[in-house]
Write a protein that binds this ligand. Sequence first.
Ligand SMILES: Cc1cc2nc3c(=O)[nH]c(=O)nc-3n(C[C@H](O)[C@H](O)[C@H](O)COP(=O)(O)O)c2cc1C
Length: 191
Amino acid sequence: MTKGLLTPQDRDNEFGTTMGEIVSRVLVVYGTKTGSTSGIADQIGTTLTEMRDTATVLSTTDSPDPATYDAVIVGSGVRAGNWHGSVKKWVQANAETLQTVPTAFFTVGLTLQTDPDKTDEVRAYTDTLIMETGVQPMDIGLFKGMNDPKLFSMPERLILKALKAPQGDFREMDVVASWTRSVGPVLGLSK
Ligand SMILES: Cc1cc2nc3c(=O)[nH]c(=O)nc-3n(C[C@H](O)[C@H](O)[C@H](O)COP(=O)(O)O)c2cc1C
């Protein structure tokens, strides 16, 4: 997986594929405030590459164009039950394309660490975005994020303290990899 496309020769050397093998081109787009979601996006890209897809992992700040990809996976960290504004804007701006390209979402937050039973609540963080844009994700991955106080502003730290949010990095890359493997076929990607 690269921050760009591997050449067919690179792929053959690294993964034992055969030149000319048909692979799916997948765009993984993310928005982050403290870096936890970019690490998860990178893991999704790595797993897709192991599955012999060609993954391009980019931030919404790169303004990627989803039109040239076979599938899109887009995700965000959250604040107060909402995806970051930059990611919502990217989905809104590209809604027309995302309505026609197989798309999955993923959400990264701390609620799943503090309240593992609240999966429905965390899944619902993107309900309004889905309703407003008409973009219908084929799946929504829900992942634990991190709370490193050094990376938050003072008001953010106070909010997390008031919420008694635990400190630490709770990201589970094996869970992310496993979700990626399961979502691949749903998105019609290479087996
Ligand atoms: C002010 C504030 C509000 C937050 N609200 C939520 C929330 O509503 N639900 C949740 O699951 N996580 C919440 N979080 C936790 C973040 O989503 C978590 O730290 C995540 O890893 C951030 O990802 P990012 O650094 O990639 O943006 C909140 C964090 C802060 C600082």
